[in-house]
Design a protein around this ligand. Structure first.
Ligand code: UT7
Length: 322
């Protein structure tokens, strides 16, 4: 039996750190409101000209080094992003060229904040079927390029960064199960205002911006993430107490607390990065996973639950033995 297993992780955050107090100067908000309602204290913004693929390249090289393989060994790239450098070639192909590997399939996955869970699920299926030996699974975003800085309800949330994992064939179980869901009936609650085919709103200079009905998104997120946690436990015949670590999408500390409560889990067992990273969409789960592994909290053999929820709506979870 062949399984897929995470061999190495890597991440990257742009140098520029933007504290809540800096946002206070450009919009009607306050450090205390942002901390209280979201848990965010600061976040990272990409430099002018620094792109989603630029950030992914650094994260990917770190993951490949941690896995102890060479870039030439990568035979599949699945790249989750809502903010690709170009319409095509896809971000996966661009990353492939940067890494110097070639020939294997490389493609991007568009599932907003759930993108990394979707990408991991796809790569797991390639590896378990024998179609790939060493898959690179990436989440990278330059969300500040689609952030409307005149909209305080979203501008305080979103940020930039990248995370990556090397998922390799193994005789030992690693990814135990993945669970993906979506419901397009909710598309008006969280979306981007423009695109190539639909066009752009007049007066935006062909720019597209994130729009979100935050309160409504919050309620559905908590419900669906609670449901998918139950699904993971049932599918693997596990008790809540069997899960050692929760690595959640970092949208809001209050959503993270609700999922931890559902698992009867102490926040000490949750990798929380939202306070200094904000919401980096598809990058947030691999960024948090890399954080927990590199600071020594997540150890080989630990059972880890990854989950995310985002625009669409899309949501999903994955149970992984490290
Ligand atoms: O990653 C994809 C999935 N995304 C999510 O899961 C995000 C889910 N939603 C949320 O995290 C929260 O709904 C937000 C953080 C976006 C908003 O928090 P909230 O507690 O739901 O606030 P609210 O939208 O209900 O607004 C409460 C008040 C409003 O004022 P009134 O109407 O009560 O007078 C807002 O106008 O807070 C006001 N407000 C702000 N005040 C200061 C909204 N944004 C701000 C702001 N600073 N930045």
């Amino acid at each position: 039996m062949t399984y897929s297993r995470i061999l190495g992780t890597g991440s990257y955050l742009p140098a520029r750190v933007v504290h809540n107090t800096e946002l206070e100067e450009v919009m009607e908000t306050s450090d205390s409101w942002i901390r209280e309602r979201t848990g965010i204290v600061s976040r990272h913004y990409a430099a002018d000209g620094e792109t989603t693929v630029d950030m992914a390249e650094v994260a990917a090289k770190r993951a490949i080094e941690a896995a102890g393989i060479s870039a030439a060994d990568i035979d599949l790239i699945v790249f989750a992003t809502a903010t690709p450098d170009l319409v095509f070639p896809n971000a996966g192909v661009m990353l492939q060229a940067r890494l110097g590997c070639r020939g294997g399939p490389a493609f991007s996955v568009e599932a907003a904040c759930s993108g990394f869970i979707y990408a991991l699920s796809i790569a797991d299926k390639f590896v378990r079927s024998g179609e790939a030996k060493h898959a690179l699974v990436v989440g990278s975003e330059t969300l500040t390029r689609i952030t409307d800085f005149t909209d305080r309800t979203t501008a305080i949330l979103f940020a930039d960064g990248a995370g990556a994992v090397v998922l390799s064939a193994s005789q030992q179980p690693g990814v135990l199960s993945t669970h993906l869901h979506s419901d397009g009936h909710y598309q008006d609650l969280l979306y981007c205002t423009g695109g190539v085919s639909k066009g752009y709103e007049p007066g935006t200079g062909n720019r597209a911006f994130i729009r979100m009905a935050g309160r409504e998104v919050f309620k559905v997120a908590v419900t669906m993430l609670g449901n998918v946690v139950d699904e993971v436990l049932a599918a693997n015949n596990l008790q809540k107490s069997d899960i050692k670590w929760l690595v959640p999408h970092q949208a809001n500390i209050r959503i993270i607390q609700a999922v931890a409560k559902k698992l009867d889990m102490s926040l000490d067992n949750v990798i929380i990065t939202v306070q200094e990273q904000g919401n980096t969409s598809a990058a947030s789960v691999p960024l948090a996973l890399d954080t927990g592994i590199r600071d020594g909290r997540i150890k080989p053999g630990d059972l880890v639950l990854l989950e995310a929820f985002g625009g669409g709506f899309t949501w999903g979870a994955s149970l992984v033995r490290m």
